[in-house]
Design a binder for this molecule. Structure first.
Ligand code: SF4
Ligand code: SF4
Length: 347
C-alpha cells in the first residue's frame, strides 16, 4: 500500500488507516489475526481508542511481532479533565505495550461547551500536552462529529490532526472542515468513509476519497476480506471515470437529502429519542444480534422509545441539513417492524 507523509506531523502513513472499533466484537485470536492481515498488506496506521474495550490490548499483542518504528499508532480518550486524561494515557500505553503513542486524540469533541471543557486550565488537553513534552505522546489531535466544533478546533493552534466524518454523500461539511484544516496546516483524517454503513459500494467510496491527496481515511475492519478488498481498490487507484462521477451524483440525489451526518445538533429530544441512532436503525439491524435488535436488547428498546415522538418539530428546526426527521423516524420504524415481523415468522 502506498504511503504519504503528512504535512504537519511529518508522520509517514499508509493511504488508508485501520479503524480499531469493530475488532471489539471478535475474540482475541480473531482480532489479532485481522490486525496482522492489515499490517501485512502494508497498512501501518492503526487507530484505536481508550474506550474501545479490548481493542488497544489486542493491537498491543498484534504489533509485538513488527518493528515499532514502522507502525503509527493513534489512540484517543473521551476524558474531558486533566486527571482522567492522564490516567487514560497511562492505560493506553500499558495496553498497547509501547513506550510511546504516535498520535493521541481527544475523542468525539462534538459540541462547543465540550471543546471549552477540554481547553480549560484543568482540561484534558493539558494532560496530552504534558505527555507530549515528556515524549510519550508524539502528536496531539482531536476527533469530532460536530461541524461547528470541528471548524472551531481547526482554527486553534493546539491540534496537529483532526478527524471528521467525510464521504461522498455527506461531502459538503467535510470539504469545509478539510479546507479549514488546510488553511491552518492541520492533518486531516476522514472517518465514516462508507457513510456509517449507508454506502455499500466500497470502490466508489474509496476512489472518491483517495483521489483527494491530503485526505487519509480510517475504515473499521472486522474481517480480513474487508481490508483485502479495500487494499485492492487502493492498488488499482485511478481518477474517477465520468461514469463513476455520474453514479456518485445519482447516489447523492437518491440518499443525500435523507443522509444523517450524526452531528447530533438535533439533540436533546424532549422525549429522549436517540434521533441519530433511529436514523441508523436499518444498518444496526444488519450488523447486530437478533436478540439485541428484536429481543430485550438496546436496539429494541431504542426503537420502542422512537415511537414516543410527539412530532413537536424541535429536532427539524435544529438539524443543519434540513432533514425531514419526523418522517424519517416513521420510515425507519416501519422498516424495523417489517424486519421484526420477518424474524418472528422465521423468514
Ligand atoms: S438528524 Fe440532522 S441534526 Fe440530527 S444527527 Fe442527523 S444530520 Fe445531525
Ligand atoms: S419531533 Fe419527535 S423526535 Fe423530534 S424533537 Fe420532537 S419528539 Fe423528538
Amino acid at each position: 500500500m502506498q504511503k504519504v507523509t503528512l504535512k504537519r506531523t511529518g508522520l509517514t502513513v499508509s493511504r488508508i488507516g485501520f479503524g480499531g472499533l469493530p475488532i471489539q466484537r471478535l475474540d482475541d485470536q480473531k482480532a489479532i489475526a485481522v490486525i496482522k492481515r492489515c499490517l501485512n498488506l502494508g497498512v501501518n496506521l492503526i487507530d484505536t481508542a481508550n474506550g474501545y474495550t479490548t481493542s488497544e490490548g489486542n493491537i498491543g499483542k498484534a504489533i509485538a511481532d513488527y518493528p515499532r518504528d514502522k507502525i503509527v499508532i493513534a489512540s484517543k480518550t473521551r476524558a474531558r479533565d486533566y486527571k482522567t486524561a492522564k490516567e487514560h494515557i497511562k492505560l493506553s500505553l500499558e495496553r498497547l505495550n509501547t513506550d510511546y503513542i504516535d498520535l493521541y486524540e481527544l475523542h468525539n469533541v462534538s459540541d462547543l461547551p465540550v471543546l471549552d471543557q477540554i481547553l480549560a486550565k484543568d482540561g484534558a488537553l493539558s494532560a496530552l500536552q504534558e505527555a507530549q513534552q515528556a515524549g510519550i505522546i508524539k502528536h496531539v489531535g482531536i476527533s469530532s462529529h460536530g461541524h461547528e466544533t470541528a471548524l472551531a478546533s481547526a482554527k486553534l493552534n493546539c491540534f496537529e490532526t483532526l478527524m471528521y466524518p467525510f464521504n461522498f454523500i455527506g461531502h459538503e461539511p467535510g470539504h469545509e472542515v478539510l479546507a479549514a484544516c488546510r488553511d491552518n496546516n492541520i492533518d486531516f483524517f476522514a472517518m465514516k468513509p462508507l457513510g456509517g454503513g449507508r454506502l455499500d459500494n466500497s470502490n466508489l467510496a474509496f476512489k472518491y476519497l483517495l483521489n483527494i491527496p491530503d485526505v487519509v481515511p480510517f475504515v473499521g475492519i472486522e474481517k480480513p476480506s474487508e481490508i483485502e478488498e479495500i487494499a485492492d481498490i487502493e492498488q488499482n487507484m485511478a481518477p474517477l471515470t465520468p461514469a463513476e462521477q455520474r453514479e456518485i451524483q445519482q447516489l447523492r440525489d437518491e440518499i443525500g437529502d435523507r443522509f444523517c451526518r450524526r452531528c447530533r445538533y438535533c439533540l436533546p429530544c424532549p422525549q429522549g429519542i436517540a434521533i441519530p441512532l433511529i436514523n441508523n436503525l436499518v444498518t444496526m439491524i444488519q450488523h447486530d444480534s437478533a436478540e439485541d435488535c428484536f429481543g430485550s436488547g438496546m436496539i429494541a428498546k431504542m426503537a420502542e422509545k422512537g415511537r414516543e415522538c410527539t412530532e413537536c418539530g424541535e429536532c427539524e428546526q435544529k438539524c443543519p441539513y434540513d432533514l425531514p426527521i419526523i418522517q424519517m423516524n416513521k420510515d425507519n420504524l416501519a422498516l424495523y417492524d417489517k424486519a421484526k415481523a420477518e424474524y418472528d415468522s422465521g423468514l
